[in-house]
Ligand binder design. Structure first.
Ligand code: GLN
Length: 198
């Protein structure tokens, strides 16, 4: 049984562990390079990407994460985690770095600062019915490169058509927070990627 790590520098770690465990996965919090070595895949939670980036540097996890992902470790990032997996970011803080891996440009806080959070039902490739997506100061994906596959888009209002779910091989990212809704289908999709059945 693969062990799924949840990056535990900051953000909603407990909720992701609970969602993964509800699907039968075994999970570990990852805060140190030795802990990263012991997991087979990683989930990067929502939170604040600038804080996560600074802490990842302080805890000397940025390079080890890049290396494992380059070597093929599956990773899933939600919201701030999506930003961490992006090769390029817009509206980043001064000097803000990411782990990278997905050939995409992600814009932080893209849905507008006056609308802090919202929810809508969207269609995600691979899920047979709509998914109730919760967005909290969320990024969107401005553009993806050839290797990345768009799995979902916002569907209403000014943001309709904006990319909010992406997959590139062993890497998955969503603008929204599936750990908050009790619908574990996104976590299950990731676990199927980890097992190599998706
Ligand atoms: N706005 C946050 C950032 O830039 C992400 C918000 C979230 O993860 N809920 O990192």
């Amino acid at each position: 049984v693969p062990t799924i790590g949840v990056l535990a520098l900051q953000g909603d770690v407990r909720e992701h562990r609970r969602a993964l465990e509800s699907c039968g996965a075994s999970t570990e919090s990852v805060r140190r390079p030795e802990e990263l070595e012991r997991v087979d895949a990683i989930v990067i939670p929502g939170g604040e990407s600038t804080t996560m980036w600074r802490l990842a540097r302080t805890f000397e996890l940025l390079e080890p994460l890049r290396k494992r992902i380059e070597q093929g470790m599956p990773a899933y990032g939600s919201c701030a985690g999506m930003i961490m997996l992006a090769d390029r970011i817009a509206d980043g803080a001064e000097g803000q770095e990411t782990i990278g891996g997905i050939d995409m440009l992600v814009r932080r806080n893209a849905f507008g600062r006056q609308v802090d959070s919202f929810e809508e039902d969207i269609h995600v490739t691979g899920l047979d019915t709509a998914y109730h997506a919760v967005f909290i100061r969320a990024p969107w994906v401005e553009s993806v490169g050839g290797a990345a596959e768009v799995l979902g888009r916002a569907e209403s209002g000014d943001a309709a058509g904006r990319i909010v779910a992406v997959r590139q091989g062993h890497l998955l990212a969503t603008s929204f927070h599936p750990e908050l809704t009790g619908d574990a289908r996104i976590h299950r999709l990731f676990l199927d990627m980890v097992k190599g059945t998706q």
